[in-house]
Each structure stands twice: as structure tokens, then as C-alpha cells.
Design a protein around this ligand. Structure first.
Ligand code: 5AD
Ligand code: SF4
Length: 463
């Protein structure tokens, strides 16, 4: 196995002093994190290197999220602050380009240029392979809005990963295998911002995973808005689902851990459940959002399954992989939610038992069917229910963490710890684990005994 720390030292040559610098600010989901990395790499072909300080930047790129609450308004107020930065720069005789990418870019398009003249270009999630040309035009003063759904394959057009960049980003990596969504849950804006469901071909995915592993990556998380709806033609000419794809990826030597997120309950097929039974490298952690526990609400949300179907599905997954931990997403205060509906959600949570969860107050998204429903729930009631739901989930999370005390678990070592003599990694269930640096080096997978669990992390013996 590569010694990552050593490679980092050897290869982290300083960027040329005259290189253009881009500062990228990412909001939202892991796919946006992945997209920001690919955009940075694409800009590399145009002479840009990434900077972590906005004051150095020749370009500021904000990669935006549209999923909840006043997303667009927040972007506009941030653009207001960037206008001040630009004014200050111009007074000093320098300039800075401002670009807006991501889902707000897709949803707002031209409107962004109208409302925020500081912006030099707008680029959507399906067109960012055109970023180098868009940036070159922006430097000439031509403002482009690229938000169509490109007919060409973005991933074919993007430059290959830069091995040096991968190493600098560490031993875990994201890899988008599927984008967009055809499910049209009535609360969700994703089908409108990310477009229709598209799967990347097997060959492209395997090649990208190999590049990542060759550069020292040990854990790959496959990403998709509906990742388990992924499908494609396998090398055997048959239609593959995510289960078969995971089997193929598991063959890559040096790839020690696989994960995937986010899944829809309707797309958990037998092959995928069996992959959890058969593949040691597939981590025993599954993010499987249910959103609500009342059948009436699940129907109104267009989730296409009942609460009991979800319970039975979880039973089957646990039968295949008994040590699997579940995480979920929940929405409280969907239009028409009664106290009884909410109690159904609480009951489902008690029945399942989650190791981790994300929960949100329903936020009407313009253009989605949910926004037009009567019976919107007052905000104070949403807040009160969210508090009760989060207290229940926090208790379950604490119980899961405490259950690990005294156990020996495997940890992928990722980075130096915060304190001297420590090294930090992740458990199979995604919790940060703080270890003594004597246990191994970055990129190693080691077994450690957990001495103490706190709310969000685990401490190993000797740390
Ligand atoms: N309001 C509140 N939460 C939402 N989510 C998606 N859309 C909305 C909305 N309009 C949540 C869902 C989803 C997660 C990514 O964000 O729980 O699973
Ligand atoms: Fe949104 Fe539903 Fe698609 Fe998930 S499955 S991205 S919640 S529409």
C-alpha cells in the first residue's frame, strides 16, 4: 500500500506564484462536495489552483444548494457581501471573478445576473464541464449562463482526476454514479434542479474508482440522489443494478471500504441486500430515508410505500447483515400532518432504532406540489414536533454510541488528530474515532478498543 503521508510530502510542491487562484465555497450535500472537486480540477486545466483564503482569490465560486429554506435569498445576501469584496479589490487595482454554480444556479438562471450584477457567470450542475470556457469568457467580460441540460456527457468531457489533488484530499473519496431523480416526492425540488435520473456507465465508474485507489484512496462512497436506482449494462451484456456494481468494485485491489448514499426504500432490491451479506468491504451502514411514519402522509408525499413495508424491508436488510446501522431523514410538519400522523412517525422511529438521523421542518419549495397544498402546518407546531423527534433520535444515537464502549472495532485512519500524539479515523458506522498515533499511519485500517463514547465521536484506548 502507498504511504500517503510520504507521497504528500514529496508531491505537495508549491503552486507557481503566478497561478490564478480559485476559492470554492460549497453548500449542501455530498454530491456538491464532489462537484466542487471536479470543478476545481476542471479549472486546473485553465491555470487555476485552489486557495483556502478568499483574500487571495482571483475567482470566488459558490456551489449552492436549493433543498430547503430561503436558499436563493441566502445566496443573494452572500452575493451582496461579495460585491463589497470586489469594490475593495477594485480600489486596490485588482479584480475578482464571481461565479454561481449548483442547484440555485440551475433554478434561478438569468435572474441571478439581473439581481446580482457582481456575478460574472452562472453554471448549473449538468454543465460544469464547460467551466474553463465560461471562465475564459468571463475574464473577457462576457457573462454566460449555462443551465441547459447538456446533451454531451459531462463526465466524458471532464479532465481525469489529478492524482496529486486526490492525495491531497485524503484516503476517502466520493464518486458520483447516478444523478437526478424521477421519483417526484411532493416536497422535493431535486427532480427540477438536478433533472431526470441518469446513471453513469459501469466502465466509466470502475475506471474512476481505479484512479482514486491508485492515488491512495482506501474508501469510496458512491453518490446519487437515488443511488440505488443506479442501473447499467454490465460487461456481461446484462442489465446490472447497484448490487452487481458493488461486486465489481469490490474486486479492485486496495479498495478496502465501500459505501453508497442516498437510497430510496423502493429501490432496495434483492441483489443489493445480498451484497450487504456477501461483501466484507461494503460497510454495515445504510442511509435509508423514510421521511414519515404515517401511511396517509407517505402517500401525500408520493413516497410509494407504506410504513409497514419499510419495517419489513429493514427486517430483511438486518437479516442479511445483522451488524448494520441505519440512518434516516425525517420531515416534520408536511401539509396536513396531524398529531396522530406525527405519533406514527415517532412509533416508526422507536420500532427501527436509528444510529444517526437528519430531521427537518417541512419547507415549501416553489414549484413543488407540496407548496400548493392547503393545511400548511404553523411554524411553531413544526418547531415543537421537531424538538420532540430530535430528542428521541438523539437518545437512540447516544445508545448506539455507548453500545460501542469496550468493543474492538475497525478504524480507517484518515488524518492527524487535533491533539499531539493522536490520529483520527472513522468507524464502519461513520463515527469519528480518535486513536493514539502509535496504532498506525494514515490509510491503515486498524482494530482498536473503544474506551469512551461522547455525543459525536469515539475515543480509543491509549488516545
Ligand atoms: N422540506 C424539508 N426537508 C426537505 N428535504 C427535502 N426537501 C425538503 C423540504 N422541502 C429533506 C428530506 C431529504 C433530505 C435530503 O432533505 O428529508 O431526504
Ligand atoms: Fe427528492 Fe424524493 Fe427524489 Fe429523494 S427520491 S431526490 S426526496 S424526489
Amino acid at each position: 500500500m502507498n504511504d500517503i503521508a510520504e507521497i504528500l510530502e514529496r508531491e505537495a510542491a508549491p503552486a507557481p506564484a503566478n497561478a490564478r487562484k480559485v476559492y470554492v465555497k460549497t453548500y449542501g450535500c455530498q454530491m456538491n462536495v464532489y462537484d466542487s472537486q471536479r470543478m476545481t480540477d476542471a479549472l486546473g486545466a485553465d491555470g487555476y489552483v485552489e486557495t483556502a483564503t478568499i483574500d487571495d482569490a482571483d475567482m470566488v465560486l459558490i456551489n449552492t444548494c436549493h433543498i430547503r429554506e430561503k436558499a436563493a435569498e441566502k445566496v443573494y445576501s452572500q452575493l451582496g457581501r461579495l460585491r463589497k469584496l470586489r469594490d475593495k479589490r477594485r480600489a486596490e487595482g485588482r479584480d475578482v471573478l464571481v461565479g454561481v454554480a449548483g442547484c440555485v444556479a440551475q433554478a434561478e438562471g438569468e435572474e441571478i445576473l439581473r439581481r446580482a450584477p457582481v456575478v460574472d457567470f452562472v453554471i448549473g450542475p449538468q454543465t460544469y464541464h464547460r467551466l474553463p470556457q465560461v471562465a475564459a469568457e468571463a475574464r473577457r467580460g462576457v457573462k454566460l449562463v449555462e443551465t441547459d441540460y447538456a446533451i454531451e456527457d459531462k463526465f466524458e468531457q471532464l479532465p481525469a482526476h489529478d492524482a496529486r489533488q486526490i492525495r491531497a484530499r485524503g484516503v476517502t473519496a466520493f464518486l458520483t454514479v447516478q444523478e437526478g431523480c424521477d421519483k417526484f416526492c411532493t416536497f422535493c425540488v431535486v427532480p427540477y434542479t438536478r433533472g431526470a435520473e441518469v446513471s453513469r456507465p459501469v466502465g466509466q465508474i470502475v475506471a474512476e474508482a481505479r484512479q482514486l485507489v491508485d492515488a491512495g484512496v482506501r474508501e469510496v462512497t458512491l453518490l446519487g440522489q437515488n443511488v440505488n436506482a443506479w442501473h447499467g449494462e454490465g460487461p456481461d451484456g446484462r442489465e446490472w443494478g447497484l448490487g452487481q456494481l458493488l461486486h465489481e468494485l469490490a474486486k479492485i485491489e486496495g479498495l478496502a471500504r465501500l459505501r453508497y448514499t442516498t437510497s430510496h426504500p423502493r429501490d432496495m432490491d434483492d441483489a443489493l441486500i445480498e451484497a450487504h451479506r456477501d461483501l466484507e468491504c461494503l460497510m454495515p451502514y445504510l442511509h435509508l430515508p423514510v421521511q414519515a411514519g404515517s401511511d396517509r402522509l407517505l402517500k401525500a408525499m408520493n413516497r410509494k410505500h407504506t410504513a409497514d413495508e419499510y419495517r419489513r424491508l429493514v427486517d430483511r436488510i438486518r437479516a442479511a447483515r445483522p451488524d448494520i446501522a441505519l440512518s434516516g431523514d425525517f420531515i416534520v410538519g408536511f401539509p396536513g400532518e396531524t398529531e396522530a400522523d406525527f405519533e406514527d412517525t415517532m412509533r416508526l422511529i422507536r420500532d427501527i432504532g436509528y444510529a444517526q438521523a437528519f430531521s427537518f421542518k417541512y419547507s415549501p419549495r416553489p414549484g413543488t406540489p407540496g407548496a400548493d397544498l392547503a393545511d400548511q402546518v404553523p411554524d411553531a407546531l413544526k418547531s415543537e414536533r421537531l424538538q420532540r423527534l430530535q430528542a428521541l433520535l438523539a437518545g437512540q444515537q447516544a445508545a448506539f454510541m455507548q453500545g460501542l464502549e469496550g468493543k474492538t472495532i475497525s478504524v480507517l485512519l484518515e488524518k492527524p488528530g487535533r491533539e499531539f500524539g493522536q490520529i483520527a479515523g472513522r468507524s464502519p458506522w461513520l463515527q469519528p474515532v480518535v486513536c493514539s498515533e502509535t496504532v498506525g499511519k494514515i490509510g491503515d485500517i486498524v482494530n482498536v478498543r473503544i474506551s469512551r463514547a461522547s455525543a459525536n465521536s469515539l475515543l480509543a484506548d491509549g488516545a
